[in-house]
Design a protein around this ligand. Structure first.
Ligand code: PRX
Length: 630
């Protein structure tokens, strides 16, 4: 580590933390990775099993369609399960699960392997083949993990839709992915209530015609509709003779697709980000190992949802690749009381907690006595992801939860990056609110409109200059959008869509999105999705959505609506519109505020100028409005 004095408020790691860490000097690792980037990643890859090794680590012959570990044969699930079942980890817990209603379950690596193989054989028997897309729409139970792994095991491509999305979001994702199989649960417990997932799915299936088989996991047990010939119970299928424990493993090419995951972008419909087996496996494995410093005896808890990239990479794949024990919790953090999380950390002896700033701010508001009634001494490391963490929340997390001994890994990354990109490691001095620097070997910069690096502490566009193994391969079915969205503003470099600044010590500070993406409670939503849901209501002519700062959620959704002529404005209509968005997109997209207006600020070409709406709402100067039409 360089001895240069760091500016601002700095938290240095204790000697004990450094002593236990895999990496004791990040600069050293960074230098090594920069000197021999391919060598660095091939060293990481060599810690995993391959049926056949690669010809090339990075193939950049068709930029920006980078390929990793070309020529290699593998299957990520083989490394997640089979490898461990052959070792002492066979009987180690892979998963500890607690339901919101207090039920619990544990699964060893042996058991998770068995259930995955069984379900893989069920899927095969239904005709699911390599390359086929399967949509998964479930709550946080072990079966969602089994379903994802079973798909990947047979080379099918899973498309998980977060259980907080609703009818139209689900329908559009099923249709776009052309999934013939949907795996769903009857419901999920959330804040003591049941989210009727199967009922939502039924409605979605009426809007899209691709699904032939719908497999239903019984979680809540309420009465649901089961359509004959289409719907089948998971537990019944898993008891049939077809559900053998035969391996059912498809050996795939490193670059074969592993999953697609829909996310919101600048314009139009959500796009499906495509990730592949080989590079994604190596990238997520190595980043989790070094950043959360995984040790054999750890109990690790990533409190995200498997339905988002954080869950894909750091609940499902990376922890299993590392052979660690993960905890999964079904419900809300404050149910039935605000001590729920802290009680579970104590009960299960969790060592690592990885969550989002919004959750920290939400729990902080209940006061520290809820935390202090529990023994959290098992905690060793903390993590944050999804949005910038305000220093106040960082310090509370550090002091009250981590008792000033747990370093906080503030990890910046995206659905598209697949793995941590800007992140500390336990040995790195921390500044509250900064994710410190890029992962070893990865070159990132902050540039102005013309692509020139900005000076220290100046704001600019955050870009990535080196390819990385878990990178997005393309936008599913839309190579053009992949190129135009990410690689066109500055040829040869990846545009993140975020703005940031870098301080005099080279530490990165994320400011926020510069496009039409709104981060609400860490969830990524597009203004277009919210607007099109509003416009799909019979009384709405036009709508605009923006994000405005919110104390707990980070951003809240504000919308401006032009009603069709003859429609009366009323409080009742506002509530109806909010419910409509919730029903179509999901409760996470429900606008905080709806205002009826007679016109919207637009450019002469008809584009809504959200920037002007935002400035008006915040009472700020809207800046350059020369393109404003009216
Ligand atoms: O704006 C950044 C923010 O989340 C965006 C990516 O969202 P998504 O694809 O849903 O993935 C979220 C989880 C990886 C980024 O463009 N973001 C993510 N992590 C951080 C962050 N902003 C600040 N600090 C972070 N640690």
């Amino acid at each position: 580590m360089s001895n240069k004095k760091l500016s601002g408020e700095v938290y240095f790691p204790s000697e004990k933390v450094i002593e236990n860490a895999h990496i004791k000097d990040r600069d050293d690792l960074d230098n090594r990775a920069r000197k021999d980037y391919s060598g660095f990643w091939s060293e990481m890859a060599n810690e995993l099993h391959w049926f056949q090794k690669w010809d090339k680590v990075i193939d950049d012959s068709d930029k920006p369609f980078y390929k990793w570990f070309t020529g290699a044969k593998t299957n990520i699930v083989y490394n997640c399960l089979d490898v461990h079942v052959k070792t002492f980890r066979r009987n180690k817990l892979a998963l500890i699960w607690e339901g919101e209603n207090g039920e619990s379950k544990t699964m060893s690596y042996f058991a998770l392997h068995r259930e995955t193989c069984k379900f893989a054989n069920v899927l095969k028997s239904m005709g699911v083949q390599k390359g086929d897309r399967v949509t998964i729409y479930m709550g946080r139970t072990p079966e969602i993990i089994i379903a994802m792994l079973a798909c990947a095991r047979i080379g099918a491509v899973h498309s998980v839709v977060y259980g907080g999305f609703s009818v139209e979001s689900l329908a559009e994702r099923i249709e776009d992915s052309n999934s013939k199989v949907l795996i769903v649960s009857d419901g999920a417990y959330q804040r003591g209530k049941i989210v009727p997932l199967k009922q939502i799915a039924d409605e979605a299936l009426q809007r899209c015609g691709t699904v032939e088989h719908c497999l239903v996991v019984k979680r809540t047990g309420q009465e649901i509709n089961m359509e004959q010939g289409r719907d089948m119970w998971y537990h019944e299928l898993m008891n049939l003779p077809i559900a053998t424990q035969n391996s059912a493993l498809e050996i795939v090419d490193s670059e074969d697709p592993l999953f697609i995951l829909y996310t919101s972008g600048t314009t139009g419909k959500p796009k499906a980000i495509l990730h592949t087996h080989g590079g994604y496996m190596v990238g997520t494995y190595a980043t989790l190992k070094y950043v959360f410093d995984i040790h054999e005896e750890d109990r690790y808890w990533c409190a995200a949802d498997p339905g988002w990239i954080t869950g894909h990479s750091y609940i499902v794949y990376a922890p299993l690749l590392n052979g660690t024990t993960s905890f999964l919790y079904e419900g809300a953090p404050n149910f039935p009381y605000p001590n729920r999380w802290w009680a579970m950390i104590e009960k299960y002896g969790i060592n690592i907690l990885y969550t989002a700033p919004t959750a920290i701010r939400g729990l902080m508001r209940f006061g520290e006595s809820w935390v202090n009634r529990h023994d959290l001494s098992s905690l060793r490391l903390l993590g944050s992801v999804g949005e910038p963490i305000n220093p106040e929340a960082w310090k509370w997390y550090h002091r009250v939860v981590g008792k000033e001994k747990c370093p906080i890994m503030d990890t910046w990354w995206q659905t598209e990056t697949g793995m941590f990109m800007i992140t500390p490691m336990p040995c790195v001095p921390l500044k509250p609110g900064s994710g410190t620097k890029p992962f070893p070997g990865i070159e990132m910069d902050i540039v102005d409109e013309s692509g020139k690096s900005v000076k220290a502490n100046e704001e600019g566009f955050l870009i990535i200059k080196t390819p990385w193994p878990a990178m997005i391969r393309t936008v599913y079915k839309d190579d053009e959008r992949y190129v135009s969205q990410y690689w066109s503003k500055y040829p040869g470099v990846y545009l993140t869509g975020d703005s940031a600044r870098r301080d005099e010590d080279g530490y990165f500070w994320i400011i926020g999105r510069v496009d039409d993406v709104i981060k609400v409670s860490g969830y990524r939503l597009g203004t277009a999705e919210i607007e099109s849901a509003l416009v799909s209501h019979h009384s709405v002519a036009e709508a605009a959505a923006i994000g405005l700062p919110h104390e707990i959620k980070g951003n809240a959704i504000y919308t401006y609506v032009i009603l069709k002529s003859g429609i009366e404005k009323s409080q009742q209509l506002i509530e109806e519109l909010r419910q409509h968005v919730s029903h179509e997109v999901g409760p996470i997209a429900k606008p905080e505020h709806i205002e009826f207006v007679d016109s919207l600020p637009k450019t002469r070409s008809g584009k809504i100028m959200r920037r002007v709406l935002k400035a008006r709402a915040l009472g700020q100067d809207p800046g350059n409005i020369s393109t404003l039409e009216e």
